[in-house]
Write a protein that binds this ligand. Structure first.
Ligand code: NAP
Length: 456
């Protein structure tokens, strides 16, 4: 076996942890992995993106946590690439670096009025209800009717959280101030706007059925909705969606106090209002050869007090790592990072949403990371051995106290204690000072005190 190699994985979400798992469990090379994250907690979008009322999906953390327990993997939370360390710092300290920082920013609708108070991105709304320490409440929730723009699973998550009676969220891990805001909120109607027809919806049948089955909520489909001709078209997902939509279109409203409307062929043109959102001007579209949809000419105003745009996520640049701003990804060839000239950047790799864009389910990242790591391992055969510097000494010299696995365990158990006091499995801690107080060792200690060094 060749001598021990060091790999840094930047991002402790599913893509990063799947990459770390691939690296730790192979026996071609003796590889030690540092998983770095800007946050003091691992799990990325599983913790801060998967909806709190989807505990089954969240339970994937049990599998991901085993990666961090592996003796050849270390967690270094609270370390931000670009602020605490540079790309060059990493290249000086690791044989290879895998960027797995996801797509944390939002895409925009690019319509006038998008930045009015009362208009926000799903990214900010989801971060807030998930207890992300950077997030503030982005909407006052004082409007009775809210528009959610987009026809993806994130739009359905947002619509569900806004529309469902808050009792249904009480047992989730949402921070108490979020639950209090939802309980006090005035939202009673959510209009989900898809700019194309139902055949092109990006949400999946399971999530649609879940919305359709919400207690205390009427889910209705507008008259321009699915028709039987469309139900025979499209792929299996589209067909299954169309069956649910057709059933919803034929279901008489029960008179429930809360309502979600799924409206298709509706493209937002302008967010209306002077000091805050009062409406959304929309244009009727028709499916045709044009992309994304042809203009059918008819314009209407939807009176709403808030707009949430759920039109996709977007990657952001990492320090000086090459970045394709038009696609929001790190340019790559199957995971090998490419520079502006298309040449391979030796020792640099990318995986997950930062590699392929924000698409797919959590499991998609497993295959994606396997592809990236296979190339990395091939390349390690050829990479010359180098004298590598240490990470923790550098962090200490800069006054950065990383959160190790023991620190994350303290946060984890504090959240479970908070939850159990309220009869829940967990209540998220959403503020930086508490997370860092719990996560950092009580006094500055060398990694050898809190966690053992790499096995030799
Ligand atoms: P998405 O699936 O790409 O959907 C984005 C939606 O926004 C599309 O309907 C798109 O319409 C629409 N859109 C884009 N630009 C628009 C504009 N300017 N005006 C109006 N509409 C616009 O993205 P997402 O919902 O953010 O989800 C991201 C990924 O996470 C997806 O793979 C999703 O399945 C996954 N996810 C999964 C779950 C789950 O499994 N429960 C939950 C959440 C997220 P066009 O199609 O016309 O472009």
């Amino acid at each position: 076996m060749s001598p021990a190699r060091r790999v840094a994985v930047v991002g402790a979400g599913p893509a990063g942890l799947y990459a770390a798992e691939e690296l730790a469990r192979q026996d071609r090379h003796d590889v030690h992995v540092d998983v770095l994250d800007r946050l003091p907690s691992p799990y990325g979008l599983v913790r801060y993106g998967v909806a709190p009322d989807h505990p089954r999906i969240k339970s994937i953390t049990a599998t991901l946590s085993r990666v961090l327990d592996h003796p050849r993997v270390r967690f270094r939370g609270g370390v931000a690439l670009g602020a605490d360390i540079t790309r060059q710092d990493l290249l000086d300290r690791y044989d290879a670096v895998v960027y797995a920082a996801g797509a944390p920013a939002d895409r925009r609708m690019d319509v006038p009025g998008e930045d009015l108070p009362g208009s926000c991105s799903a990214t900010s709304f989801v971060s807030w209800y998930s207890g992300h320490p950077d997030a503030e409440q982005p909407l006052a929730l004082d409007a009775a009717r809210v528009a959610v723009v987009g026809a993806g699973n994130v739009a359905l998550d947002v619509a569900r959280v806004l529309a469902r009676p808050p009792e249904g969220l009480e047992r989730t891990d949402m921070p108490e101030p979020v639950l209090a805001a939802l309980r006090a909120g005035a939202v009673r109607e959510v209009v989900v706007l898809a700019r194309r027809g139902p055949r092109h919806a990006r949400f999946t049948p399971k999530e649609l059925r879940e919305l359709a089955g919400l207690e205390g909520v009427d889910v209705v489909v507008d008259p321009y909705g699915p028709d039987l001709a469309e139900a025979r078209a499209g792929d299996r997902t589209a067909q299954a969606n169309l069956r649910v939509l057709a059933e919803l279109a034929g279901r008489p409203p029960s008179g429930a106090p809360r309502r979600v409307e799924l409206r298709f062929h509706a493209r937002p043109l302008r967010v209306l209002g002077e000091r805050r959102v009062t409406g959304l001007e929309i244009e009727r579209t028709q499916d045709g050869p044009g992309a994304p949809a042809d203009d059918a000419g008819e314009r209407t105003v939807l009176p709403v007090g808030a707009v949430v745009r759920a039109v996709g996520y977007r990657g952001v640049p990492l320090d000086t790592v090459p970045f394709d701003a038009s696609r929001g990804v790190v340019p790559n060839d199957k995971g090998r990072v490419l520079d502006v000239h298309g040449a391979v950047c030796a020792g640099e790799y990318v995986t997950g949403w930062l590699k392929r864009g924000p698409s797919g389910v959590i499991g998609t990242n497993k295959l994606d990371s396997a592809e990236t790591v296979a190339l990395l391992l091939d390349d390690l055969d050829r990479l010359p051995e180098r004298e590598l510097l240490g990470l923790d000494n550098l962090l200490e010299s800069r006054g950065v106290r990383p959160v190790g696995l023991a620190g994350w365990a303290r946060i984890d158990s504090a959240e479970q204690d908070l939850g159990s006091a309220r009869g829940r499995d967990r209540t998220k801690i959403a503020d930086w000072p508490t997370l860092l107080r719990l996560g950092r060792a009580p006094r500055p200690v060398r990694e050898t005190v809190e966690e053992p060094p790499w096995p030799s």
